[in-house]
Write a protein that binds this ligand. Structure first.
Ligand code: ATP
Ligand code: MG
Length: 162
């Protein structure tokens, strides 16, 4: 998967999504959009106007029914499901409005889950944590309170989401 270094980070060409229904719902009508590196973009609009649909497409969580989506110049519509997931793991970060933590895991384990998906070998972050008791790089940059090793339901909302 070759990706270019310069040019838009995101480029949509007539990107559209119609949910099959019945009846079919044209949730996102063909849209063109260019987002350059360093841009901050907000998607606004009334309820039902297709914001989440667009974000699901941009996040490679869903596939369009029309048009193309280039990420770093790479046409994502040509990717297999596996390659799309790999690209999502490498290039896209999500901050959910509602946090989605595994309730039976600690905060540290929840954070490690993201590293687990993005590590070349799926056992790396966990086995490192298990064998050395040390978190991997991204966790080392973040001060973790003692409660980080408690199961997530016992934690305050601020710590769960922050
Ligand atoms: N899985 C689905 N199947 C069928 N229709 C859907 C599906 N998901 C969303 N829709 C419809 O697509 C349209 C756009 O929905 P979408 O969730 O993208 O809007 P939104 O702008 O995010 O709304 P809100 O501000 O309420 O979150 C709506 O008419 C919605 O009912
Ligand atoms: Mg929405």
């Amino acid at each position: 998967m070759a990706a270019r270094i310069t040019g838009p980070v995101i480029e949509l060409r007539g990107l559209a999504r119609t949910y099959p229904g019945p009846p079919p719902v044209p949730a996102l009508r063909p849209a063109d959009l260019v987002i350059e590196a360093g841009d901050y973009v907000a998607v606004t609009g009334p309820s039902g106007s297709g914001k989440s649909t667009l974000l699901h497409l941009l996040g490679l969580l869903d596939v369009p029914t029309e048009g193309s989506y280039l990420l770093d110049g790479l046409d994502t519509s040509a990717l297999s499901d596996r390659d799309r997931s790999a690209l999502r793991g490498r290039r896209i970060g999500f901050v959910f409005q509602a946090f989605h933590l595994l309730p039976y895991r600690t905060a540290v384990e929840n954070v490690l889950l993201a590293e687990l998906y993005s590590s070349p070998c799926c056992r790396t972050p966990r086995s490192r944590w298990k064998t050395t008791g040390q978190p991997t790089t991204s966790l080392r940059r973040t001060p973790t309170p003692p409660s980080a090793s408690l199961p997530t339901p016992t934690r305050s909302r601020g710590i769960s989401t922050g």
